[in-house]
Design a protein around this ligand. Structure first.
Ligand code: T46
Length: 130
């Protein structure tokens, strides 16, 4: 279990309010937000690394397991709380497994979508980091 950031959570009788501010709680300027829904337990996602992109990921509903692989070390994290954020840096192979069907995975990114920033081949990733 490795949660990098615990977001502030304001709880009262109406429910919970959780917030994140760029360059305060999230350690970069946020240029993009995307989310993943309609997930299935047997349909893992990811299986790539990024050359430069920094991201912050958390589940606002449901859960999934996140594998972060530096090329020499593999680390599993369970994302299961809207206030618990995992940071995913560049040159880190990531896989998302065991999604619950109600999962809403939110990702904040420090840059716009750019397919040329992806490394989608594991052997190429290993050759680059080792
Ligand atoms: C990541 C993990 C955690 C776009 O057009 N714009 C976007 O902003 C994104 C994120 C994706 N796309 C396109 C690219 C593909 O044609 O959407 C399609 C599905 O993307 P992908 O197969 O890369 O999705 P995941 O869930 O495997 O990976 C995503 C992010 O792409 C990736 O950056 O780190 O979530």
């Amino acid at each position: 279990m490795n949660i990098d950031i615990e977001l502030p959570c304001i709880s009262d009788s109406r429910g919970r309010l959780i917030f994140a501010e760029a360059e305060r709680h999230i350690p970069f300027q946020i240029k993009r937000l995307y989310f993943v829904t309609g997930t299935k337990a047997n349909k893992p996602r990811g299986f790539h690394a990024h050359k430069k992109l920094h991201q912050a990921a958390f589940c606002v509903q449901g859960s999934c397991r996140l594998l972060l692989d530096s090329g020499t070390q593999k680390h599993w994290t369970t994302l299961s709380s809207p206030s618990q954020v995992a940071l995913i840096g560049p040159l880190t192979w990531r896989e998302m497994h065991d999604f619950t069907e109600d999962c809403i995975l939110v990702v904040l990114a420090d840059d716009y979508y750019d397919e040329s920033d992806y490394i989608r081949d594991y052997d190429e990733f290993i050759a680059l980091v080792r």
